[in-house]
Design a protein around this ligand. Structure first.
Ligand SMILES: [Cu+2]
Length: 181
């Protein structure tokens, strides 16, 4: 049988068991070294880059998280806005933000320079916490309490935008964080 004539039944005559040429080996070595560089960058950038928040994570029953958020609202409620409670917790306290289809509860009123422990979770599906116009991104996952030490370093009126598609009214899911001097 000639070399050109082959089918799925008769294996073509190959060359892949010939040892790799020097050029090919060089590229394999370069690729390997580059893989290692990228691999090392993950932990390195976590520590040096300061862009990955290190939080306190724990499991929580979604209904329990809703109850905790309600308690938090009852404790520190100062008003209402568009039917949503406005909550002004004291500095140093644990603050709760509940994501659900399709809202963020409550409106948080914080003090600039004060430290809080933010607890974020969802009552139903995955939501994305994105603080606008500042680049802060956290996931709100049902069943998990994502705790994060936060210190607002700028006063203003911020929006919380959901950046994880969560259903038909996802684009309307906008929360509010107020930071006072
Ligand atoms: Cu969404």
């Amino acid at each position: 049988m000639s070399e050109e004539m082959h089918s799925g039944i008769v294996a073509p005559q190959g060359v892949w068991w010939v040892p790799a040429g020097e050029q090919e080996r060089r590229w394999v070595r370069i690729s390997f070294v580059w893989c290692m560089v990228l691999f090392a960058m993950m932990p390195l950038w976590h520590l040096r880059g300061g862009q990955n928040p290190t939080g306190i994570r724990g499991q929580v029953n979604p209904a329990d998280f809703v109850a905790r958020t309600d308690r938090f609202i009852n404790d520190y409620k100062v008003g209402e806005e568009n039917g949503f409670p406005v909550v002004a917790p004291p500095p140093g306290s644990d603050i709760y933000l509940l994501a659900r289809q399709w809202s963020w509860t409550p409106v948080l009123k914080l003090k600039k320079g004060a430290e809080y422990t933010l607890h974020l979770s969802s009552a139903d599906v995955n939501h994305g916490f994105s603080l606008f116009p500042i680049n802060v991104n956290i996931q709100g996952v049902p069943g998990y309490d994502y705790g994060l030490k936060v210190t607002p370093n700028a006063a203003g009126d911020f929006r919380v935008v959901c950046n994880e598609f969560c259903g038909i009214a996802h684009h309307l899911m906008i929360g509010k964080v107020l930071v006072e001097e």
